[in-house]
Design a protein around this ligand. Sequence first.
Ligand code: HEC
Length: 248
Amino acid sequence: MADHYKDEVLDHEYDGITEYDNPMPGWWLALYALCIVWAVVYVVGIGFGILPDYQDDLRDGQKELADLRREYEKTRPVIVIDEGMLLAAAADPLKVAQGGEVYTSYCASCHGDLGQGMVGPNLTDDYWLHGQKATQIHQVVRDGVDGKGMPPWGNIITPEQSVDVVAYVASLRGTNPPKAKGPQGELLEPVPEGDVPEGDAPADPAPADPAPVVPAPAGDAPANPAPAVEPPAVDVPADGATPAPEEG
Ligand code: HEC
């Protein structure tokens, strides 16, 4: 390749050292020239706002993201959370089991692994600070109790998870775990028994649950111990006298 340069020795010489006049290969020079042209285009283009710069790209990207989010919001199923659908979830062993997982991750540290109460109140008894209805429990879970140490979970768990965990909490009632924390709040009649026929879906099962949960593969659905345990019927004295607090 270099043979045609061979003879072009320049006519100067220093201490016996001579040099060839080898020009850069054409393709290299072309690339070099292109870089210079591009540099000018780039500096002028960006400098005068003709070419999009980083800020423009960022703005476009964010707009695209906002559009996607809006699109997603439109298609996302809205779940209507009311007493009926929460009680229906509480009657669904799958949802209760899923709620148990949420509970273990987010709640057990304060309410105890069995709901027996630690920093937070005992969730297995019939004493409630903020009401025993499923919607009331759901509201406490979603919004927390400001200044009382119960964090709001509405932005941490999904709406589906909040329903599941309320279903799980409902299943804890009457399980009488060992070392349960003493009663806090008011003694309240359990809701589900009064309102919902045993083993039956509530009368108005909430506008066809639009966010069906994908069923877990049959066979490994975690066993839900709650239904097996009959709530002790003896806790509530009929005459309304101060009930003896459970030992412990
Ligand atoms: C950082 C500790 C903490 C965590 C974590 C926590 N809680 Fe609580 N929770 C509390 C405290 C403290 C209260 C009592 C608030 C009060 O005194 O009003 C409470 C109250 C509640 C109540 C109302 C009880 C009543 O008597 O009315 C429910 C229901 C409840 N928590 C459920 C949950 C669930 C479900 C989770 C998990 C998603 C959870 N909590 C996570 C500390 C916690």
